[in-house]
Structure formats: structure tokens, C-alpha cells
Design a protein around this ligand. Structure first.
Ligand code: NAD
Ligand code: TYD
Length: 449
């Protein structure tokens, strides 16, 4: 509970960002009587224990038996606060007429999502990103002066910041990408993964719940929280196992997968317990432009370009299901618009391939698109020590999203990988930017043994 003392600047206090729906404030009766709090601000608070009185600050007695000023309890009532902007009316006619809070929008998938969705004139976007090593504002250079796009640097675990953003911006939806996302980093140092993926998601959910509770019934109905997750939560498949479906039990094997699984469970629980309108998508491995070159495909493209060794873990026969990032972003937009709340949707490319096959394709494409080396780039392939606990196979059954929402990938792997290789070869400045400093250090340490 917050409280003021006689003579304290009550108005400034009551206006502070830390006051949220249902928050109790203890005012002293003489502050109230002397109208230190203007009528406009008084109208936002409701006397504890009283039904919605329109003059909530009326206090009958301002002294107790000893003659000292009596504290009086009020709480902040979002519904009485007329100064707070409402979700614009147009939203009620078309769900996609909306302001979206995107978390982690400076990363690989988030920036592709923003660039794609901002094309729709009825969408405006606030991008909350901490800018870790994986966040790169260059991805969004083309939106620098865009009137429907706002960037806010910050951590999803910073509850005061998230609260203020929600109160000020009044988004109709949240699309939650922010995460630590690289399995190898989670093996070397899992702590950040627990902090952002679990604690950060928890903080975001708590603030979202509080914000959503304060919306009108109609706004609550329209609001959506979409959580972006991964196929890795399902664990590893044997060669002849059926692909993961939405009913496959969770069996995460890496610290990354475990932290994402934990966040998925929290999101589910917030729907089941509090009725928060959530949607969860679990997607297979993405590839495309703006992916940080620590992940398989961009790492191999750049090493192949430069004639460096191509480090394939183990026997190279681990299988992943690859999806072009723009297809993933369209799937997310489809789920946001048409998905049923409380449901989860698997997203995949129907495109299982062993790693070695991917690396060989990249070698051939780079040979064809950039200056030839003395020998074919396939000669650069080097089998290195396997990743500990390396999942053997992932495969996604994406038939539910196709059947219920009509989404299926547009890009074939052949066309998507060609575009991707071309993109990395043509964006030298972007590559130079992200491969300086801490990136070099990661590559040197990680591939040392
Ligand atoms: P990424 O690592 O490229 O980007 C993550 C972004 O989140 C970065 O911009 C980073 O700065 C930001 N971020 C990290 N911690 C933050 C924090 N505490 N507060 C605010 N921002 C923070 O990741 P990506 O590949 O774009 O993945 C995005 C999401 O999609 C993740 O949740 C990931 O688990 C999921 N996913 C990724 C893939 C894939 O193949 N890349 C597949 C399925 C699901
Ligand atoms: P990665 O891109 O890290 O994605 P994830 O681990 O989330 O699937 O790795 C994709 C596959 O490529 C995975 O089986 C590990 C393998 N891999 C290598 O063989 N060598 C590498 O240098 C990297 C980064 C990954």
C-alpha cells in the first residue's frame, strides 16, 4: 500500500507511474479536505469499502478521538479515470486495426515481423527490446522516422517500465518474442535464459494481467497476448516417430528449451487461472534475413563466403524442420487475428532435413553466387565435437493451423535458402556490424575445442 503524510505533494504522488488498477493509497483526511488533490485526480480514486460513489473523496470526519488527522484508504479505479486513453473504437470493427506491443522486436524474427506488419496501415507498433547482443536496431533502419512505429529500449523484466508502457500506449495486443534464443549459449551459461525467458515472461504476464483487468469488458474481449515459442519444448524424436503435434507432452532437453517450456506453462496458467486471452505458437527452426550469425544457416553462409571451416556437430545427421522467417511471421499474424484464445498452434515448414544436407546446399549456392575458391566449398566441412545433449530430430505437424486457420508456408526450402544466401552476400555492412566485438569472442571461445 502507498501512503502520504500531511503536507506531502499528494497530487504528484497520485499521478506517479507506480499507481495501478486496484492499488491502495492511504490519504490523510486533511489532505483530502484541503483539496491538495485536484478534482480531476480525485476522480480516479475510490474510497475503500464504498460502492462506486461519484464523489469518492468526500470524507465526513477528518479527526479521530485524539484530534489527529485520520488516514483514509482509497484505491485507484481505472474505470473512473477518464484521462486514460481507451483502445480506439475502430478496433472493435476489425481486430487487425490495432496497436501492438512487440517484445524483442530488434531480434531476428521480431524485426521481420515488424517490417511485415507495419505494411498494414491500420497497425501501429511499439517495440520493447533490451538490445542484448542479439538485438540490432539496424534491422529496423527503414522505420527510423515511421509515424506508426516507436522503439523503447528496456527489459521485459522491468515491471515499472512495462506498466508505464501499457498505461500510456494502451495496446490491443502483445506479441512476445523477447528471449535468449541460442541453445549453445544456454549450455555455456543458462542464467540469462532463466532470467529473461522465465522471470521476464512472468513479469510481462503480471503487468499484462493487471492492465487487462483494468480495461472495459469490450476491450478485454478484444485483447490478445501472443507468446512465441519453439518446437524444442517437445524434446527429441526417433527417426520413425510421428511429428510433434499440439498434444505431444513437453520434454525439453536443453536449458533453452526448458526455459521456453516454463514460459509456455506460465502463459497457459494465466489463461486457465485468470482468463487472460493468450495464444501460444510453437515453431520449428527459422532461417532468413537478419538472423544473428551464431545460428547454423547464417554461420555457414558467412564461413563459406570467407573460405573458413564449416563446423558440423557430431555426424551431421541431426534433423531440423526449417521454415522461412516471413512465413513464420505470417503464421503469427494469422494466429493473432483468428486463433482461439487458450489454444496452441504448431508452425512448421514440412521440411525436415539433416544438417549436413543444409550445409552442402549452402556450399553449392555460395560457390555459384560469390567468387570461387580454389576448391569447392564442400571441402570446408569439418565434423566437430557434438553439442552436449544434442536433440536428434525435430519435426512439426502443422496441420492444425492449416485446417483451422488456413495458414501454410508459401516459400519452398529451395527458394527460401537461395534468397537467404543472396541476402547475406549482399549485406556486407550489416554483417560487418554484427560480427565485430563480442561476436568474435563467442566464435573464438565456442569453437576452440
Ligand atoms: P533473437 O535472439 O534473434 O532475438 C531476441 C530479441 O530479444 C533480441 O532483440 C534481444 O535484444 C531481445 N531481448 C532479449 N532479452 C530481452 C529482455 N529481457 N527484454 C527485452 N528484450 C530482450 O531471437 P529470435 O530468433 O528472433 O527468436 C524470437 C523468439 O522466437 C524467441 O522467443 C524464440 O524462442 C522463438 N523462436 C525462435 C526460433 C528460431 O529459429 N530462431 C524458432 C522458434 C521460436
Ligand atoms: P541452431 O541454428 O543452433 O538451432 P537449434 O539448436 O535451435 O536447432 O542449430 C541447428 C542445428 O545445427 C542443430 O542441430 C545444431 C547444428 N549446428 C552445427 O552442426 N554446427 C554449428 O556450428 C551450429 C551453430 C549448429
Amino acid at each position: 500500500m502507498l501512503s502520504t503524510r500531511n503536507g506531502a505533494p499528494v497530487e504528484a504522488f497520485a499521478k506517479s507511474d507506480s499507481v495501478i488498477q486496484g492499488q491502495s493509497l492511504k490519504f490523510h483526511a486533511d489532505d483530502v479536505q484541503s483539496r491538495r488533490l485536484s478534482a480531476a485526480w480525485q476522480a480516479r480514486f475510490q474510497r475503500k469499502g464504498k460502492s462506486a460513489a461519484r464523489s469518492p473523496f468526500r470524507v465526513n470526519s477528518n479527526q479521530n478521538s485524539s484530534g489527529r488527522a485520520k488516514p483514509v484508504l482509497f484505491y485507484y479505479n481505472r474505470k473512473l479515470d477518464r484521462s486514460r486513453p481507451k483502445i480506439p473504437k475502430t478496433l472493435r470493427n476489425g481486430f487487425f486495426n490495432m496497436k501492438i506491443l512487440v517484445t524483442g522486436g530488434a531480434g531476428f524474427i521480431g524485426s521481420n515481423f515488424i517490417l511485415q506488419q507495419i505494411q498494414d496501415e491500420s497497425v501501429s507498433i511499439i517495440n520493447l527490446d533490451k538490445l542484448t547482443y542479439a538485438g540490432n536496431l539496424r534491422n529496423l533502419d527503414s522505420l527510423a522516422d515511421h509515424k506508426r512505429y516507436t522503439f523503447v529500449r528496456g527489459d521485459i523484466a522491468d515491471r515499472a517500465l512495462v506498466r508505464r508502457l501499457l498505461e500510456e500506449q494502451v495496446p490491443a495486443a502483445i506479441v512476445h518474442f523477447a528471449a535468449e534464443s541460442h541453445v549453445d549459449r544456454s549450455i555455456r551459461g543458462p542464467e540469462e535464459f532463466i532470467q529473461t525467458n522465465i522471470n521476464g515472461t512472468f513479469a510481462l504476464l503480471e503487468e499484462t494481467r493487471s492492465y487487462w483487468t483494468g480495461l472495459s469488458a469490450e476491450e478485454r474481449d478484444h485483447f490478445r497476448f501472443l507468446h512465441v515459442s519453439t518446437d524444442e519444448v517437445f524434446g527429441s524424436l526417433a527417426p520413425n516417430d510421428p511429428a510433434f503435434s499440439e498434444r505431444t507432452p513437453y520434454a525439453p532437453n536443453s536449458p533453452y528449451a526448458a526455459s521456453k517450456a516454463a514460459s509456455d506453462h506460465l502463459v497457459r496458467a494465466y489463461h486457465h487461472t485468470y482468463g487472460l486471452p493468450v495464444l501460444t505458437t510453437n515453431c520449428s527452426n527459422n532461417y532468413g534475413s537478419f538472423q544473428f550469425p551464431e545460428k547454423l544457416i547464417p554461420l555457414m553462409i558467412l564461413n563459406a563466403r570467407d573460405g573458413k571451416a564449416l563446423p558440423v556437430y557430431g555426424d551431421g545427421k541431426n534433423v531440423r524442420d526449417w521454415l522461412y522467417v516471413e512465413d513464420h511471421c505470417e503464421a503469427i499474424a494469422t494466429v493473432l487475428r483468428r486463433g482461439a484464445t487458450g489454444e496452441t498452434y504448431n508452425i512448421g515448414g514440412w521440411n525436415e532435413k539433416p544438417n549436413i544436407e543444409i550445409v552442402e546446399m549452402i556450399c553449392d549456392l555460395v560457390d555459384g553466387l560469390s567468387p570461387r575458391l580454389g576448391a569447392p566449398r564442400r571441402d570446408l566441412i569439418t565434423f566437430v565435437k557434438d553439442r552436449p545433449g544434442h536433440d536428434r530430430r525435430y519435426a512439426m505437424d502443422a496441420s492444425k493451423i492449416q485446417r483451422e486457420l488456413g495458414w501454410r508456408p508459401k516459400e519452398t526450402f529451395e527458394s527460401g535458402i537461395r534468397k537467404t544466401v543472396r541476402w547475406y552476400l549482399e549485406h556486407d555492412e550489416w554483417v560487418r556490424d554484427v560480427t565485430s566485438g563480442s561476436y568474435r569472442q563467442w566464435i573464438t571461445t565456442h569453437y576452440a575445442d
